[in-house]
Design a protein around this ligand. Structure first.
Ligand SMILES: C[S@@+](CC[C@H](N)C(=O)[O-])C[C@H]1O[C@@H](n2cnc3c(N)ncnc32)[C@H](O)[C@@H]1O
Ligand code: SF4
Length: 474
C-alpha cells in the first residue's frame, strides 16, 4: 500500500470511529488545537515551595510502595528548539566531573534520609539531557556510583536515554559496552525525525545516517531493547512525510517507539525556543487536522505492522519492551527516588521536585547545605490520591476496580459515577465487571479524557466542558 492509500484509509477510519463528534463535544481545548500531556497527577503547576522535610519525615510510618529510580544528567550536544528540559551545552570535562561529584553526594544524602545502605529499585531510568553525552570514562564513573548507592538486585529494567550522535564509532561503542557491563538493557534513543532538514531545523546535530549507525552500534554491544522517540506536528513536516517515516520506523531493527506530539508550551522549568517559531512562523506548523491525522496514522501503521500500543503513545513488538519505569509509575502507582537537577521524586504520598535551573550552582548550594536538592513539592490530599489512582492507570492502561478499592478504600462506581457514565455515552470509555478502560476512540484522546477526572482547580484549560452533574444513564 502506498503512502496516499494509508492516508486515505486513516481519514476514513477516523470518520468511522467518530473523531469529529469528539472534536465537537467540547472536551478538547480549542477543538484539539491545544493539548496537555498528562504525565503525573497532581500536575507540576500545583506544587509550591518545599524543602526535603515532608518527603522524608516519618517515612517508616507511611505506607510503602514499589520504588523506581531516576537520575538526571543535564549535558547535551546542542540545545534543541523544541526542548523544555533543563539541559547544558558546550560543557567542559571538569564541569561534568563537578556535577557527578554533587550527584553522588545527593545519592548518599538520599539513602541516608531513607535510612538505607542502598536504595532498592524495581526499575531505573537515567534521563536528561543526554546521559550518553559524557565520555566513556565519565560514563563508567556514573554507572559505578549508581550501582553502588542503589540496590539493583530486584531491578527488572535498566533504561538510559540517548542521542544518536553520542553513540557513534569506537567511542560510542565503548560507552555502550560499559552500560551493558553495568546492566543497562534498554536504550531510548532520541531520533525525533528521519529527515535531515527537519533535524537541522530542530537544532539537532545528528543526521538520519547517524541514527542508523547508532542502532547498529547498540546491537553490536548487545543492548537487548532499543526504543526510539519520534515527534509529529513539527514545522515543515507534512502528513505524507510522516507516513513515510512511520513506514520506515516499522522496518527498523528496534523493539518499539514512543510517538510524541510536539508540545509548544513548556511543561517544566524552562520554555523551549519553539514558541518563538510558533509566533513568527505559524504557517510552517501543520494545522490541527493534519496533526490529528498524523496521530491516527501512527496508531494505524503501528498496529498493522505488529507494534502494539501497550501503553498510551508507546508502541512495542512485545509488552515487556515498554519502559518499566513508565509502566510501574502508571499501573502500580510506584514511588520514585529521583536525583539530579530538576529530578522529581514521590515517596509515600509526598511529591517533590529538585531545583530546576540551568545555573547548576543553585543545585550545588542545597547539597552543600547537606540537603537533597528539593525546592518544591506537594503532600497529596485524599482527593489527590483518589483522582491519581484513577487517572494514571486509565490514561496509560486500564483501571482495575478491585485494585482501586484496595488503594483508596472507595468504590469506583460511587466516586466517578457521572464522569464515567458521560464518557461512556461519548464512546470514550468502556467498562466490565473488573475494569474501566479507554475505547479505541478514547485511547486516541487519552490526555483529554484523563483531564476530565482532574480536580476542577487543577484543570490546565478552563474552557473545556466537564461531565454534567446529572446525566440520563440509559
Ligand atoms: C528528555 S528527552 C531526552 C532525549 C535525548 N536527550 C535526545 O533528545 O536525543 C525525551 C524525549 O521527549 C520528547 N520531547 C522532548 N521535548 C518535546 C516537545 N516539546 N514536544 C514533544 N516531544 C518532546 C523527545 O522525543 C525526546 O526524545
Ligand atoms: S531534546 Fe534531548 S538533546 Fe535536545 S536539548 Fe533536549 S534533552 Fe538535550
Amino acid at each position: 500500500m502506498n503512502t496516499a492509500s494509508w492516508i486515505q484509509r486513516a481519514r476514513l477510519e477516523m470518520i468511522d470511529i467518530g473523531v469529529e463528534s469528539i472534536r465537537d463535544s467540547g472536551i478538547l481545548p480549542e477543538r484539539g488545537a491545544k493539548f496537555f500531556p498528562v504525565i503525573g497527577y497532581p500536575p507540576l503547576t500545583m506544587f509550591s515551595d518545599m524543602d526535603q522535610g515532608p518527603l522524608f519525615d516519618n517515612l517508616q510510618q507511611r505506607r510503602a510502595r514499589p520504588l523506581l529510580g531516576y537520575a538526571h544528567i543535564p549535558f547535551c550536544p546542542s540545545r534543541c528548539t523544541f526542548c523544555h528540559w533543563i539541559t547544558k551545552t558546550k560543557s567542559k570535562s571538569e564541569e561534568v566531573d563537578i556535577y557527578l561529584d554533587y550527584l553522588e553526594r545527593e545519592m548518599i544524602l538520599y539513602k541516608q534520609n531513607m535510612g538505607l545502605d542502598a536504595i532498592p529499585v524495581q526499575s531505573v531510568l537515567i534521563g536528561g539531557g543526554t546521559p550518553t553525552y559524557p565520555s566513556p570514562a565519565k560514563m563508567e564513573r556514573f554507572m559505578k556510583m549508581y550501582t553502588t548507592h542503589y540496590d539493583l538486585s530486584g531491578c527488572t529494567q535498566f533504561s538510559v536515554e540517548a542521542e544518536p550522535g553520542t553513540l557513534l564509532g569506537k567511542e560510542g561503542y565503548e560507552k555502550l559496552r560499559i552500560m551493558k557491563d553495568y546492566g543497562v538493557d534498554r536504550i531510548s534513543l532520541g531520533v525525533q525525525s528521519f529527515d535531515d532538514d527537519i533535524l537541522r531545523y530542530m537544532g539537532r546535530v545528528h543526521t538520519h545516517a547517524h541514527t542508523l549507525e547508532s542502532i547498529r552500534n547498540m546491537r553490536k554491544a548487545g543492548i537487548e531493547n532499543v526504543f526510539i522517540d519520534l515527534i509529529y506536528g513539527y514545522p515543515n513536516q507534512t502528513v505524507e512525510m510522516w507516513t513515510r517515516h512511520m513506514l520506515e520506523a516499522v522496518t527498523l531493527d528496534i523493539e518499539g517507539y514512543q510517538l510524541y506530539r510536539l508540545r509548544i508550551k513548556q511543561h517544566g522549568d524552562r520554555q523551549g525556543n519553539i514558541i518563538v517559531h510558533a509566533q513568527k512562523h505559524p504557517e510552517r506548523f501543520p494545522d490541527t487536522d493534519e496533526v490529528l491525522l498524523m496521530k491516527y496514522l501512527g496508531i494505524l501503521i503501528s498496529e498493522e505492522h505488529g507494534f502494539h500500543e501497550y501503553q498510551t503513545r508507546c508502541f512495542a513488538r512485545k509488552p515487556e519492551y515498554i519502559s518499566h519505569y513508565l509502566r510501574d509509575w502508571a499501573a502500580e502507582l510506584a514511588d520514585v527516588a529521583g536525583v539530579g537537577v530538576s529530578a522529581w521524586s514521590t515517596l509515600r504520598g509526598v511529591f517533590a521536585i529538585n531545583v530546576g535551573d540551568t545555573n547548576l550552582q543553585n543545585y550545588y548550594s542545597l547539597i552543600d547545605q547537606g540537603k537533597v536538592a528539593i525546592n518544591r513539592g506537594k503532600a497529596r490530599t485524599k482527593d489527590d490520591e483518589l483522582r491519581r489512582s484513577f487517572i494514571l492507570p486509565l490514561k496509560n492502561m486500564k483501571v482495575n476496580k478491585q485494585l482501586f478499592t484496595e488503594r483508596t478504600g472507595e468504590n469506583i462506581s460511587h466516586v466517578f459515577k457521572n464522569e464515567v457514565a458521560w464518557l461512556k455515552q461519548l464512546g470514550l470509555l468502556e467498562e466490565n465487571d473488573q475494569d474501566i478502560c479507554l475505547t479505541k476512540l478514547g485511547k486516541y484522546f487519552a490526555d483529554e479524557v484523563a483531564t476530565q477526572f482532574f480536580n476542577p482547580d487543577y484543570m490546565p484549560f478552563q474552557e473545556v466542558i466537564r461531565a454534567p452533574p446529572q446525566i440520563a444513564v440509559g
